[in-house]
Ligand binder design. Structure first.
Ligand code: SF4
Ligand code: SF4
Length: 104
């Protein structure tokens, strides 16, 4: 199952509880808060989760307009990068679908 889930290769959302050394330590995240390509799992807090060896994946994504989105899941199997952006954390791998077509 996990080999079918895109790896989160980096995340600069350092304010997030799951972020350690610019990597994500949640087991899986959801993208698409408020219908924007931002991390819905983002949780701003001083406390950091303690899973230094954790590997994180995109578990679900609500961005139907992204070319990598298929059935509300991500098919960017080469990996997904997220970037902190004015208090939110945006999926940098998002790419608008051409003619509504998903890849993968
Ligand atoms: S913002 Fe999202 S991708 Fe980044 S560390 Fe937090 S939960 Fe992970
Ligand atoms: S690349 Fe597209 S489908 Fe994958 S998580 Fe980002 S916005 Fe969602």
């Amino acid at each position: 199952m996990l080999e079918k889930m895109p790896l989160i290769v980096s995340c600069t959302g350092s304010e997030c509880a799951y972020n350690r050394n610019l990597t994500c330590n949640a087991m899986a995240v959801t993208i698409g808060a408020d219908r924007e390509a931002v991390c819905d799992t983002f949780y701003r807090t001083e406390r950091k989760v303690a899973h230094p060896d954790a590997v994180s994946f995109v578990g679900a994504c609500k961005m139907e307009g992204c070319r990598f989105n298929r059935n509300l899941e991500c098919t960017a199997y080469s990996g997904v990068s997220l970037v902190g952006d004015h208090g939110r954390v945006r999926c940098h791998t998002y790419a608008e679908a051409v003619g509504g077509a998903a890849v993968g």
